[in-house]
Design a protein around this ligand. Structure first.
Ligand SMILES: [Zn+2]
Length: 531
């Protein structure tokens, strides 16, 4: 009888202890592939050991980012340790000794118990993503009374659906300084995006120092300050060119390093052959005509400025620029534009027509293909590959560069069947410069509407591709064109929370997406951002 009573008391005490520990909400964006919540939570404190194990020698720096984020986020001084010290009250980040194929290059496994946290991955990128997940898991506790960060217990196995998960930022229409670009990268990293497409050149300003062509930044980076984007009148002769800016090479290196520490590759875009008013303002000799080009102010449509494809100096110019650009960016891809190249000037330019005749080209469209191919071949000599907008896609194209598909999904299908790799960012789902709600209640934005729900319904994989062609779909990205976005505050307003939707579309398997759950998670994330 006595024994029986003891057993009851023991069972009761276990039950009571357990029932005090409830399953806590887990609000991870993008949704992990597998997540099993458990009862209880882990609370990091001053005694917690932050442990790293089996980190490759040349990637030791990567642990610094986790360490810094740990200090900043949990407001704790990390007690550093290794595998040996990863016992009770520790967070262990370990690169697998034997590769776990199911996790790929960016996946991770995470086990959180009341005693400790163990994160395992094949790479330091996977460990970094595990840490982003841990941070987000603590949001609800930080919003609760007391605000002490705790991490709910769970077992998570996660990996991305697509290898290319990007966000684009146009710094030409309005210039954004280094500080903001870093904040943008921070937001990307939080949501496990790994490609930053930096739109550095356009009609409205050239934004990167090029030593061989200094006027690109002394002249091409500046325009008159106008209070409203929608007021277009030409630049007056004596108007001060005070609005704009550019990144020095030192600042570019700083951004690239900052991104790399967050496992983000930076893809610079140098627009060829259109969107070039800023170049022609600085170097008018590269135009087909004698028009007095200026850095464009306000709306400029259709953009008629185009570089003369019949002028060898233009080819040399691009090569000179790209040689310097290639040195600054370690990622093997450079975006060379190719969109919206209105070729009216080519049609009447003797030099361009001569080039068409010399090269036995069909027409001006073929001249653009020829020019893009010339540049792409040159990039190969620099060990770089080209990304181009899908404007050049046609059934009979010869170009094998990676295609950034922003228009009809048909272009993605044609290009994928042709064998080109594809990055998808259709205007229907990924242009976050469009309105996100009823324009009547919103600040002025680009005409078009992409609600959070529309953004969330994006599937980077277009219909109509067989298994072989599907492999050419690398992933997707959101684009932030900044005609109507002139402050960091407005940029954040436009990008967030739609960037969360994009992140889930490119990371999470469609079978694990859930619009209703996503809305609740966004609510929690927004409250956390505002706290
Ligand atoms: Zn020409």
């Amino acid at each position: 009888m006595k024994r029986f009573n003891l057993l009851i008391i023991l069972l009761l005490s276990i039950f009571l202890t357990d029932s005090c520990q409830k399953i806590e909400p887990i609000v991870i964006i993008p949704e992990p592939q597998e997540c099993t919540p458990k009862k209880g939570h882990f609370t990091p404190d001053e005694g917690t050991f932050l442990c790293f194990s089996n980190i490759p020698e040349n990637e030791r720096d990567m642990t610094n980012t986790i360490r810094e984020q740990y200090s900043k986020f949990f407001k704790l001084t990390p007690n550093l340790g290794d595998e040996e010290s990863a016992g009770k009250n520790s967070m262990l980040f370990e690169v697998n000794k034997k590769r776990n194929e199911a996790l790929g290059d960016e996946g991770y496994e995470l086990i959180v118990t009341g005693r400790r946290v163990v994160a395992k991955a094949n790479t330091t990128a996977g460990l970094f993503y595990a840490f982003q997940t841990l941070k987000q898991m603590s949001y609800p506790s930080q919003l609760a009374e007391g605000g002490k960060p705790t991490i709910p217990c769970a077992k998570i196995t996660d990996h991305p659906r697509f290898a290319y998960r990007g966000a684009h930022l146009d710094v030409s229409r309005h210039f954004f300084d280094v500080n903001y670009v870093k904040k943008y990268l921070d937001m990307m990293a939080t949501y496990k995006l790994n490609k930053f497409h930096w739109h550095l050149t356009d009609d409205h300003g050239w934004r990167i120092q090029i030593d061989k062509y200094p006027a690109l930044t002394t002249k091409g980076a500046w325009r008159p300050e106008r209070s409203k984007w929608d007021t277009l009148h030409p630049v007056l002769p004596d108007e001060p060119m005070t609005y704009g800016g550019f990144y020095t090479k030192e600042q570019v290196r700083e951004i690239v390093a900052y991104a790399a520490a967050r496992h983000i590759d930076v893809i610079p875009e140098i627009e060829i052959p259109g969107h070039c008013s800023a170049i022609l303002a600085a170097y008018p000799q590269y135009a087909c005509d004698n028009y007095p080009y200026t850095v464009a102010v306000g709306p400029y449509w259709p953009p008629k400025a185009i570089m003369c494809a019949g002028n060898d100096g233009v080819i040399d110019f691009y090569k000179g620029v790209l040689e310097e650009v290639a040195e600054l960016f370690p990622y093997p891809y450079i975006h060379i534009g190719g969109d919206e190249a209105f070729n009216d000037n080519w049609q009447v330019c003797p030099k361009c027509q001569q080039r068409i005749a010399d090269m036995k080209l069909k027409d001006e469209m073929a001249l653009q293909q020829w020019l893009m191919n010339e540049i792409e071949e040159y990039l190969k000599t620099l060990d770089k590959k080209a990304i181009v907008w899908d404007d050049i896609v046609s059934e009979d194209m010869v170009n094998m560069s990676t295609i950034m598909s922003w228009q009809d999904p048909k272009t993605a299908v044609i290009a994928a069947k042709h064998g080109n790799d594809i990055i998808r960012c259709p205007t229907s789902h990924c242009y976050f410069n469009f309105y996100q709600n009823d324009p009547k209640s919103e600040p002025l934005a680009m005409d078009g509407l992409i609600t959070l729900e529309t953004a969330y319904s994006f599937d980077p994989m277009p219909e109509g591709l067989d298994e072989k062609a599907q492999k050419h779909i690398l992933g997707g990205q959101c684009n932030l064109w900044t005609e109507f976005i002139n402050t960091p505050k407005q940029a954040n307003y436009m990008i967030y929370p739609r960037i969360c939707a994009l992140a889930e579309c490119v990371w999470t398997d469609p079978s694990h997406k859930d619009w209703k759950k996503f809305q609740n998670k966004v609510e929690m994330h927004t409250a956390f951002r505002k706290r």
